[in-house]
Design a protein around this ligand. Structure first.
Ligand SMILES: CC(=O)SCCNC(=O)CCNC(=O)[C@H](O)C(C)(C)COP(=O)(O)OP(=O)(O)OC[C@H]1O[C@@H](n2cnc3c(N)ncnc32)[C@H](O)[C@@H]1OP(=O)(O)O
Length: 206
């Protein structure tokens, strides 16, 4: 653990992530990197450079990639890990995490999240505000579970997929990699083909 945390991305998602880091009370200083030069500070935390400056801080900081797009987050986080930078997970103190839950590196868990027993959460995931994941789930790397999502037990969500706000997934369902599930959608059967799915129950639209 280093004294300094650098968050890549000072957008709305970056702000929520920084708020978690402040509440975790583990770092003496927190700063952002962002490629938008017009942003000088966010929530009172300084923007100290661009994304490409990250390697300057390799030995003095922990890092977190706060980029909402799953593919972009994966690309940047994997580069940081390959280069030996220390990427951390940020877990809001109000998150309720069950016994035998594994959480990968670079994952954000927002306020009010509940993860039940024996679930596996991969690297670089976003488990967003007030979502709940029940027992024995497998959430692969770089998945985004949006606010208010309800995932029942023994569900698998494939790498890089995105469950939209307020969507619901029934127990024992598997959603493959490369899927977008729309806001308010309900998934009751396996999704085996990448694409965009909306409605109750979901239908593929793209
Ligand atoms: C903290 C945060 O903010 S986290 C972010 C949370 N945000 C979300 O969860 C957003 C989720 N996104 C959605 O639901 C999007 O609508 C998507 C990804 C499903 C589809 O987006 P797009 O590919 O741009 O589709 P588009 O908007 O063109 O809609 C295509 C059609 O599907 C319909 N549609 C889109 N989303 C939905 C939905 N969630 N439920 C039902 N129908 C939908 C549209 O009405 C449209 O129908 P039409 O052709 O009859 O007019």
């Amino acid at each position: 653990m280093k004294d300094k945390l650098i968050i890549i991305g000072a957008s709305g998602h970056g702000k929520v992530v920084a708020d978690i880091a402040i509440k975790m009370n583990k770092w003496q200083s927190i700063a952002f990197l962002d490629d938008d030069e017009s942003i000088k500070a966010s929530m009172g935390l300084e923007v100290i450079g661009k994304t490409t400056d990250v390697f300057t801080y390799k030995y003095e900081a922990d890092f977190f990639v706060a980029i909402g797009n799953n593919a972009t987050r994966e690309k940047i986080q994997e580069k940081l890990i390959d280069e030996g930078l220390r990427v951390v997970s940020l877990i809001h103190p109000s998150a309720v995490i069950g016994t035998d839950v594994e959480i990968g590196i670079g994952t954000a868990m927002m306020a009010g999240v509940v993860i039940n027993s024996s679930s596996r959460i991969g690297n670089g995931c976003i488990i967003n505000t007030s979502s709940s994941l029940d027992h024995d789930n497998v959430i692969e790397d770089y998945v985004h579970i949006s606010p208010g999502v309800r995932v029942a037990g023994s569900v698998r969500v494939g790498k890089g997929s995105w469950l939209g706000i307020g969507s619901v997934v029934s127990n024992n369902v598997s959603i493959c990699s490369g899927c977008k599930v729309g806001a308010g959608a309900v998934v009751v059967k396996d999704i085996t083909e990448p694409g965009t799915y909306v409605g109750v129950p979901v239908k593929k639209i793209d």
